[in-house]
Design a protein around this ligand. Structure first.
Ligand code: SF4
Length: 412
């Protein structure tokens, strides 16, 4: 399947970061700290931003959290971090934003869940209050439907209509339709209240891969709002990564999606920034964006019984990741670098030639020598116990020559 053209969507400015309208697909993430704990939240937002999150969402669930928002924004700004902060509101967002104008001002976007804005008559007035506040402070909103908190009245009505229909569809199809209608009807209501189309982003998250693909395909065909993609409750570890990548990869390939969040459950005590790295890797491996130099490494097999190449591949990957914040400033374009670390002569030289710089380590029974290729040409053969160090120096030299020159030229 070739890459489809990006779906045309109305661009939304989220605190200086464009979402949709042809802008690069944006990586975003969400904190799991208590927002009222200003220090912890500032620390985690900074970590997520440093990892590459271009928008960060925080929970705003009570007065203490809302009161903390402007302080969080200010402390981040004092550290030079101006990443847009999105407030995630459920049930009492209308009240919190009314009572805490400094929070309403500090946030770059409000996330509203139409399934829990309120019930019956209150729902309409509370939704209207949220939209009026968004207009007052000139903030965009994400109307984020989640099948775990779907509007029950809407679902019941559609289920009843389906039962009475001469050609009923499956309950799953009705549920998908309810999710889509909830998003579209809420967006329509927001526009009727006066919110501009370029202030609205939609999401319709479910936790099942096939349902997610079906819901977003349908939603994408029925509107031109910017879309936030995410598989909700994706889970932990490889399960969450694979499920999110499978679902979002297919949609992105079809041109659907303007911003993504990978909703991973961290291991106890685990690193929250994993969700940012996975989102970046998803976009990079599919060729949509470049964030980090790519290290191609073979999986290893019986031909290379030593762990040397595994260790080197990891060392190089870690070295590149750790150096990127500084390199991004010093070496414009360095994120396009490709490095190969291969385990033996079978695929080593060939793969190394495809990379900007590659090394083919000796396999079992091969001469203990590691040829290095630069831009497809063999330039050196490394020997000895410190092959890893020698190769790292060669990588650094390559970066300096290739990307350092670009920087100097640009500055001239
Ligand atoms: S390059 Fe060599 S060591 Fe690596 S997987 Fe292929 S055959 Fe095995």
């Amino acid at each position: 399947m070739s890459i489809s053209p990006r779906r045309q969507s109305v661009g939304v400015n989220v605190g200086g970061v464009m979402v949709g309208g042809g802008a690069p697909i944006v990586v975003q993430s969400m904190t799991n700290t208590d927002t009222a704990d200003i220090e912890a939240t500032v620390r985690q937002v900074a970590q997520l931003w440093r990892a590459g999150s271009e928008i960060v969402r925080i929970t705003v669930d009570r007065d203490e959290a809302a009161a903390a928002v402007p302080h969080i924004r200010d402390r981040l700004a004092a550290r030079g971090i101006t990443v847009p902060i999105v407030g995630d509101f459920h049930y009492i967002g209308h009240k919190l934003l009314t009572d805490h104008p400094a929070a309403a001002e500090a946030l770059a976007k409000y996330r509203i869940n139409p399934g829990n804005v309120g019930f019956k008559a209150k729902r309409d007035t509370q939704f209207a209050t949220l939209i009026e506040l968004a207009m007052k402070y000139d903030k965009p909103v994400r109307i984020g439907v989640n099948w775990g908190s779907l509007d029950e009245e809407l679902l019941t009505r559609l289920m009843d209509e389906n039962s009475a229909s001469a050609t009923p569809v499956s309950a799953a199809a009705v549920q998908r339709e309810a999710i889509i209608q909830s998003a579209l009807l809420s967006a329509q209501r927001a526009e009727e209240l006066g919110l501009a189309r370029d202030h609205i982003i939609l999401s319709t998250k479910v936790s099942d891969v096939q349902h997610l693909i079906a819901v977003y395909q349908d939603l994408a065909a029925r509107c031109d709002y910017a879309l936030h993609l995410g598989l909700t409750e994706a889970g932990m570890g490889s399960k969450g990564i694979v499920a999110s990548s499978a679902a979002m990869g297919i949609l992105l390939q079809q041109g659907i999606g303007d911003t993504i969040r990978v909703s991973l459950t961290p291991e106890p005590g685990g690193d929250r920034t994993q969700e940012v790295r996975v989102a970046q890797q998803l976009l990079q491996t599919m060729g949509f964006r470049q964030f980090l130099p790519v290290v191609a490494a073979c999986p290893g097999c019986g031909r290379t019984t030593s762990q040397t190449f595994q260790v080197l591949a990891k060392e190089i990957q870690d070295h590149l990741s750790a150096s990127m914040p500084e390199w991004k400033e010093r070496y414009p374009g360095v994120e396009s670098l490709s490095v190969a670390v291969m385990g033996c002569i079978v695929n080593g030289p060939g793969e190394s030639k495809h990379a900007n710089i590659g090394i083919s380590l000796p396999g079992t029974g091969e001469t203990p020598a590691a040829p290095v290729f630069v831009d497809g040409q063999k330039v050196a053969t490394l020997r000895g116990a410190d092959v890893a160090e020698q190769f790292k120096v060669m990588v650094a030299d390559y970066i300096e020559k290739r990307f350092g020159t670009a920087q100097k030229t640009a500055a001239e």
